[in-house]
Design a protein around this ligand. Structure first.
Ligand SMILES: [Cu+2]
Length: 162
């Protein structure tokens, strides 16, 4: 008697499961898809971030914004070019987090002799445009972290051609 009761219960259970399982299975499929999309986006972003410095042309100045990544080890690239009287747009990227003990993840791009002094919060990107009037070599620095101006690796150079 007890056995019969248990077999009828077990034949009903899979049916119940099928009804309750199908909507949740559908939603878990969507969650998986979203997770997959999120992970692939993160992987692509990471790949783009790591490949970007290598893809940067070191020679002639590129039209449009020039991306400069600033971090604890200085500027990447640390040599940029421009032309006198032509606007230069720099896209400054700070990937450091606020948990850096040295400067709290803040960085700076300031020129010695040009009126540019940008302080950038952790994990942000800032674009700014300026126009050097005259040809010459302009040095810029970050004095927020790693010894600042005293540290040679915290310097970069803008070469402005006539
Ligand atoms: Cu810095």
């Amino acid at each position: 008697m007890g056995k019969k009761g248990s077999t009828t219960a077990s034949t009903q259970r899979p049916r119940d499961r099928r009804y309750t399982a199908s909507p949740s299975r559908r939603s878990s499929g969507l969650t998986r898809l979203a997770l997959f999309a999120g992970i692939s986006l993160a992987v692509l972003t990471a790949a783009a971030y790591f490949l970007w410095p290598a893809a940067m042309p070191e020679g002639p100045a590129t039209p449009g914004a020039v991306t400069v990544i600033v971090g604890m080890d200085g500027f990447m690239p640390h040599q940029i070019e421009g032309r006198a009287g032509e606007p230069i747009t720099l896209r400054l990227v700070n990937n450091d987090t606020k948990f850096h003990t040295d400067g709290g993840g803040w960085h700076q791009l300031a020129f010695e002799t040009l009126r540019v002094d940008v302080n950038i919060p952790p994990e942000t990107t800032q674009e700014f445009t300026f126009t050097p009037a005259n040809a010459g070599t302009y040095r810029f620095y970050c004095s927020v972290c790693c010894g600042g101006k005293e540290n040679p690796s915290m310097w970069g150079t803008l070469e402005v051609k006539a």
